[in-house]
Write a protein that binds this ligand. Structure first.
Ligand code: DQA
Length: 145
């Protein structure tokens, strides 16, 4: 199974940004955790991060053509603003996507309460820290949705 993990803006700043919210682990730590998880689950994995909305849309579209069978996506701030990312996730259906948020978004500001991307995802995992990505990969592998 081929799984693509996509992270949006500022996720590359993990370990530096708002540690009280996102923790002390770095983006490099996240990448190492993902590689370990891919190996343990026996999946072919790819990791992508961009701070640019259009690049994220391009990568989602590309997934339709490159044999990707499941997407794990943390669109970060674009979660709450981007109809373009929502439409891209819809455009690549039936490719399943799982939405991940490191923090517990539902306990945060009002402006974070809407998730556009989440409307096109088969599952949302939030508030579990980096482990949320591991759980999302496990969900895709176990459910082969
Ligand atoms: C986030 C939550 C978003 O509201 C925020 O803009 C982020 C990270 C999370 O992983 O908790 O950048 O997606």
């Amino acid at each position: 199974m081929k799984i693509l993990v996509i992270n949006g803006p500022n996720i590359n700043m993990l370990g530096i940004r708002e540690k009280n919210i996102y923790g002390a682990e770095t983006y490099e730590d996240l990448k190492a955790l993902l590689e370990k998880t891919f190996a343990e689950k026996g999946v072919e994995g790819e990791i992508y991060q961009s701070n640019h909305e259009g690049d994220l849309v391009d990568r989602i579209q590309q997934a339709y053509f490159d044999g990707t069978e499941g997407i794990v996506i943390n669109p970060a701030a674009y979660t709450h603003t981007s109809v373009a990312i929502l439409d891209a996730l819809k455009a690549v259906r039936p490719l399943p996507a799982v939405e991940v948020h490191i923090s517990d978004v539902k306990e945060r500001e009002d402006f974070r309460q809407i998730s556009y991307a989440g409307k096109a995802c088969v599952k949302t995992i939030m508030g579990r820290g980096l482990k949320g990505y591991v759980d999302a990969i496990a969900f895709l592998v176990e459910n082969k949705v």
